[in-house]
Design a protein around this ligand. Structure first.
Ligand code: MRU
Length: 345
């Protein structure tokens, strides 16, 4: 499966909003299409957003017909701002934007800038592929044969644009090592990334998966049916506080209460060392229709008041370990995270 693929002059993605009932590929020929795909969750998951945005930025730059380098730079900066406004929480988007800005900085010709931008997007994709492979292997060491794992949202190939993934990557790697594992997948309301995407990916991997609604996790834990929980991350602050799909915080608190290890799996590109704590992470508010309807079918009365925060923040005290491509880090996270960044990523 190639959820995000560059075809030389356009970006091909799987439309994740149509899965699992329809496997539809979209070919995005201009950068506006890439931005819409990000906003509409056609491409979603922090690392996949970063990769798609990088190619989208390159696509935007390639379409510019600027009169000179100065003009090109002005228009290029506008494209970067448009991408930055698409989704605020996943830091991978801003990581990609920064890398692309650096790639075009100080170039002497427009053609040179366009070539460098394409190369930079490809480098981000390759970097994430390798990061996800390494973090999956690192994390698999935590998983014991026979374990049952709870996961929330979707964190595999679709969410990362890579072969493995973050939380699902760890699960896949443990499966490949012959460990007999089972997964409980939270459905992940409101847009059901768990029910639609995680179960779809795990079935294809041949890993036994049981779908539950989000409010069942506590019951399962209280019965001793979960050995650990693993989730991904959209942005990890310098102190380890972790923003991830709405409902992650509830899972973490339930894990603490039931003495179940709670792991976060994320590449270094999901860690934002410029943000001191989770309090400073911007949480995206999405369209209320996602809550009042399920796939186009209205389930709530007209006019009802709705909240739809797409993410929540799990305080670092609930996190047993953070699995990265470099190593598995533990508390105190402020120290262990700063050590991770001592060498450049
Ligand atoms: O709103 P989404 O579907 O983009 O949210 C995705 C998540 O919350 C994932 O858990 C996170 O991006 C980590 S994916 C590797």
């Amino acid at each position: 499966m190639k959820p995000v693929e560059w075809l030389g002059d356009r970006l091909k993605i799987i439309d994740q909003s149509r899965l699992p009932d329809k496997v539809v590929y979209l070919e995005l020929k201009n950068y506006h299409g890439v931005i819409s795909a990000i906003v509409e969750l056609k491409v979603r998951g922090a690392p996949a957003i970063g990769i798609a945005a990088a190619y989208g930025i390159a696509l935007g730059a390639m379409s510019l017909k600027s009169a000179g380098v100065k003009q090109f730079d002005k228009e290029f900066q506008r494209i970067l701002r448009e991408f930055a406004a698409s989704r605020p929480t996943a830091v991978n988007l801003f990581y990609a934007i920064d890398k692309m800005r650096q790639a075009a900085a100080g170039v002497s010709s427009i053609e040179g800038a366009k070539k460098k931008l394409l190369l930079a997007a490809e480098t981000i994709r390759k970097h994430e592929e390798s990061a996800m492979r390494r973090l999956s292997k690192n994390g698999s060491a935590l998983i014991k044969d026979g374990w049952t794992i709870l996961t929330h949202c979707n964190t595999g190939s679709l969410a990362t644009g890579t072969t493995y993934g973050t939380a699902l990557g760890v699960i896949k790697a443990a499966g490949e090592q012959g460990k007999k594992i089972r997964v409980f997948a939270d459905e992940t309301r409101p847009v059901l990334q768990g029910a639609r995407l995680t179960t779809w990916e795990l079935i294809q991997e041949g890993i036994p998966v049981t779908l539950i609604t989000d409010n069942m996790a506590g019951y399962l834990m209280s019965r001793g049916l979960i050995d650990c929980a693993i989730v991904g991350a959209d942005r990890i602050a310098a102190n380890g506080d972790t923003a991830n799909k709405i409902g992650t915080y509830s899972v973490a608190v339930l894990c603490k209460e039931n003495r179940v290890p709670f792991y976060v799996a994320a590449p270094l590109s999901s860690i934002d060392i410029n943000i001191r704590s989770g309090r400073d992470i911007i949480i995206e508010d999405r369209n209320p229709d996602e809550v009042t309807s399920i796939r186009g079918i209205r389930i709530a009365p007209e006019g009802v008041q709705v909240m739809n925060p797409a993410f929540d923040v799990t305080p670092h005290k609930y996190i047993s370990a953070i699995i990265t491509e470099k190593s598995i880090i533990k508390k105190p996270y402020k120290l262990s995270i700063s050590k991770l960044f001592e060498e450049e990523i």
